[in-house]
Design a protein around this ligand. Structure first.
Ligand code: SF4
Length: 262
């Protein structure tokens, strides 16, 4: 799909780069429906409440589309406690981050938030080092900040990219984790068939792209961020009592395109 956010507006080079190339993996009619959802919500304003509502509605919409066709999709091997795919960078948008931040505020004690702050700083440094020095794209192999005992601790508020990840075979994900380069090469050369289900990927990716397009159309940044890098910034604000003054511009150092060397 051509990278075009609006028929009527010219976008700067920076705006286009900030969006990352996620829109190659969308289902056009689903994307269009989701953009309509998003536009209706943001028509009421681009303040935090609207942005959160847009995310909640888009997650429900994507879940419903997936549930409607799930029974016709190939079987998948994903289960609680399997976390091979939780060792790579996760692409997130501003609305998704606000929802995660709300979840942390509502569910963690101040001491746990403080511990998360320290952990996120350490993880962010490790991830930055890996992303800057390796050529495996997002596959840094560092466990996600929210992974504990192989279980996602923010499951109900997890990002769209995590919701859309389904694999036909656990062994494929294990190989991708343990031998990323050769597994990717085997898929690219046709020696191995990729085992991630394409349909949920298209649905949830379309949902995320719809939010970025719509935010840009409403004069917002609509960028894509690296989950841990973004949380490490937001959690400092939260600990400093500045959670309600957070703006998307605060996340500039966490832009995925800026940190991903591929
Ligand atoms: S947010 Fe949850 S599902 Fe997503 S990578 Fe992290 S631990 Fe895994």
């Amino acid at each position: 799909m051509k990278k075009k956010f609006s028929k009527n507006k010219a976008y700067s080079k920076e705006e286009l780069e900030d969006s990352l190339e996620l829109d190659y993996l969308v289902e056009p009619s689903v994307l269009e429906t989701f953009v309509d959802y998003c536009k209706k919500v943001l028509a009421n304003g681009t303040h935090g409440e609207s942005v959160r509502k847009m995310n909640t509605e888009i997650v429900t919409g994507a879940d419903n589309v997936w549930l409607g066709i799930k029974s016709d999709a190939p079987d998948f091997d994903c289960r609680k406690g399997c976390s091979w795919c939780c060792h790579q960078s996760v692409s997130v948008t501003w609305p998704e981050l606000l929802i995660i931040l709300d979840y942390l505020r509502q569910n963690l004690e101040p001491t746990q938030i403080d511990a998360l702050k320290k952990r996120s700083k350490k993880k962010a440094d490790e991830i930055l080092e890996k992303l800057n020095n390796e050529l495996n794209g997002p596959f840094h192999k560092i466990p996600c900040l929210f992974l504990e005992d192989d279980i996602c601790t923010i499951h109900v508020g997890r990002p769209l990219q995590c919701r859309g990840g389904f694999s036909e075979e656990e062994s494929y994900c294990k190989n991708l984790f343990e031998d990323t380069e050769n597994t990717q090469k085997a898929v690219e050369s046709g020696l191995l068939r990729g085992k991630f289900l394409i349909i949920p990927k298209l649905i949830y990716n379309s949902a995320q792209v719809a939010m970025t397009y719509t935010m840009k159309d409403f004069g917002m940044k609509g960028s894509i961020y690296e989950l841990t890098l973004a949380i490490s910034i937001l959690i400092i604000k939260l600990c400093d009592g500045e959670a309600d003054t957070i703006v998307e511009n605060d996340l500039k150092p966490a832009l995925l395109t800026q940190n991903l060397k591929v």
